[in-house]
Ligand binder design. Sequence first.
Ligand SMILES: [Zn+2]
Length: 312
Amino acid sequence: MITHSPSQYFQHTLNRSISFIGRGLHTGLAIRMMIQPAPANTGHVFVRQDVPLDQAEVPARWNTVTDTRLSTTVANRFGVKVATIEHLMAALHACGVDNARIVLNGPEVPIMDGSAEPFVRLIRQVGLQQQEEERRAILVRKPVRVEEDGKSASLLPNPRPWMDMMIEFDSEVIGHQHLSVSVEAESFETELANARTFGFEDQINTLRKLGLAKGGSLQNAVLVNENGVVNVEGLRHADEFVRHKILDAIGDLSLAGNPIIGRFNGFCSGHGLNNTLLRKLLQSVDSWTLTTMRGAEEYWNWTRVQKMPSGW
Ligand SMILES: [Zn+2]
C-alpha cells in the first residue's frame, strides 16, 4: 500500500515571508528577493518590482519558459523576464511549497552559493502553512520520451516521484556519473540541496561574450579546468555534478504546476531537454491524468491489486 502523511494531500504555502539578497549568475546584477505566502491555487508567481505594475507578474510555468541556455528563464506576454529560476523552483517544490509570490527588483533570481541550500534553510526556518484546497498531481500513465543530440529524457509511470540521471563529460573530474533518488523533502535536503552549479574554465570567455555568467565566481559555482576542480574548498560530494543536474531537473519539472507522480530518466539532460519533455508530456493528453494525491495513491494501489497473481 502506498500512503502519504495526511498533510501531503493538501496545498501549502509559507508561514511568513523570507528574503534574500544576492547577485544574478548571468546578469551579475544585485537583486533583492522576497518570497511571500500566497492563496491556494496561485502556484509560483514572480512579481517584478522594477517594471509597471500591470506587467509585473510572471508565472513560473512550463509554457512561460522562453530561454534554456545555461539556466531556465520565464517571461510574460510583455517580455518581462525572470532568469535562473531552477534552483529556487527545486527548493520550493521539494519542500512542499505549492503557492508563493516571489517579489524581486530585477530580472534574475539571486544565485546565492550556486545551490538550493540557502533557499531550503530559510523555508525550513519559517515552516509551512497547510491550506484548505487539496494538492493535485500529474499522474504519469504512459511513458513519454524525448531525444536530442545523443541526449535523452523520459517520464515513466511510477508510484512515487523518482529521479534517475546519468551524465558523461569529457573531463576527468566529472567523467561518468549516475544517481537514482526519490524526490522527498528529506532526501532532497540531505542528498541534493547543496550541490552547486558548475562550469568549465575554457568556456567562461565564450559565455561572457554572449552576455552570460557575468555574476559567476568561485563563491557560487564549481569551476572545472583540465587539472580538476579550481575551487580550493573542493567538492561537497564526489558526485556533486550529477546531484546538481538532478536538482536542476527537479526545478525544471516543477514548472508542470503540480507534482509529477512518475519516474524521470535523464541521460545528459539539461534545461532545454527537460522543458521539451514537459511540453511533450502535457501535450500528450492520454499519457497523464490530473488527479489529487489521494487519487494517485488509489490508482497505484488498484494497479498493484490488478497485477497480483490469482489466488491472492
Ligand atoms: Zn543549476
